[in-house]
Design a protein. Structure first.
Lengths: 230, 230
């Protein structure tokens, strides 16, 4: 569970409590409002999940060891062409992947949701099917609903997926090398460099690479960069 | 949705927000801590559900027009012999009943849950399947999870139940008459009168009366009471 830039200590605590309720343990908090993180930690009855929560500097750092990163959203962010699943189906996909590697569930800040930069790290998005009139949920409640759905089906009822997937850290390394290569080649317009990086990030996640293929890609890109600089 | 004796304005507000998210509208609050109810009402962004929330003096009053009353609990209250269903199945039963009458979903106070008196008004109980280590959920999150599950399946996917059921107010009237009758007959030990009333209440709910049968029972009890007093 990754919370990006949460502001309210009550929400951080509520997320930790829901994790404890449904048997999840690893909470990572990216750039929290410092006072909020401290308050949530020191709250009475904070519990083991909150005590073990890790403060990360970036989403990339928080999801580095995960082979699947799923963003949650109230809206469809079509800009970056993510696939968007309703929670009941998305949770099924996640459970199939949990058998073979860590999955990060990424929640944005209370006010702004996930930024484009956050979204770039996601393989796909998931939304809680709320009514159209009042879509946006409270963060602590959204976390509880998602984890409930993930824990809803008894273990073993879901057939695990066979294919293995590269960890987010490898995908990010590929993204960086590709960006470097393109920038130095003049492909990237410096004025739009930021959005290009976000698009590249998405492009690489859509490849759905195996760990072995990720290594091959890394080797190729290093070679190309070396050649280009020679 | 009925909240019995809630203490925290944030929880009342969170319940109202989840209702709005999932398309539910009637919030009734029984004996709230007054300051909390006022604060929740006047909170910024309280929304239409909170504004329309009704303050009731008793659970009986809050559920009077409902044909099914479902209590939520973290534990199994076996004392009063309620049937206890896990949320996914319980929600299915509720959806089948929603087609033909109002259903009350009853939540207890943050600290103590549902009292024996509250429980007496329930036809059956439902629990959110949390882990065994940390069972008790935050009230606002528990409400969100229950309503999510209720709204989870598309409408029409559930076959409505045919049988019609008596409203809670009629059942309560039967309970009262039966209690009066038994008390005046010397059946009820004055020292255990309170727990006897709770047991009678349960007994009457277990009958699962149709509106027509409820009327017949009311007639019979009135006649018996008249005879006994003659």
């Amino acid at each position: 569970m990754v919370l990006a830039s949460p502001r309210n200590p009550l929400n951080i605590g509520a997320a930790a409590r829901a994790m404890s309720n449904f048997g999840f343990s690893q909470l990572r908090v990216v750039n929290p409002y410092e006072v909020a993180f401290r308050e949530a930690r020191s709250a009475i009855g904070a519990g083991a999940v909150m005590e073990a929560a890790v403060d990360c500097r970036s989403v990339a750092e928080a999801v580095a060891d995960c082979t699947l990163v799923v963003g949650t959203t109230a809206l469809g962010h079509r800009e970056l062409q993510h696939r968007l699943w309703r929670l009941p189906y998305g949770a099924r996909l996640i459970r199939r992947r949990l058998a073979q590697g860590s999955v990060a569930l990424l929640f944005g800040s209370e006010k702004y949701g996930l930024s484009n930069d956050d979204l770039g790290h996601c393989h796909w998005l998931m939304r809680i099917p709320t009514g159209t009139e009042h879509e946006s949920m409270n963060l602590g409640q959204a976390v509880a609903v998602c984890l409930y759905e993930l824990a809803r089906e008894p273990e073993g009822a879901v057939r695990p997926e066979r294919k293995r997937h590269a960890a987010a850290a490898e995908l990010e390394r590929i993204t960086e090398l590709l960006a470097e290569l393109l920038r130095e080649s003049g492909y990237v317009n410096p004025r739009t460099a930021v959005s290009t990086l976000e698009k590249l990030r998405r492009l690489v996640r859509r490849l759905d690479l195996s760990p072995r293929d990720a290594e091959i890609w890394l080797g190729m890109l290093r070679q190309l960069l070396w050649k280009q600089r020679a």
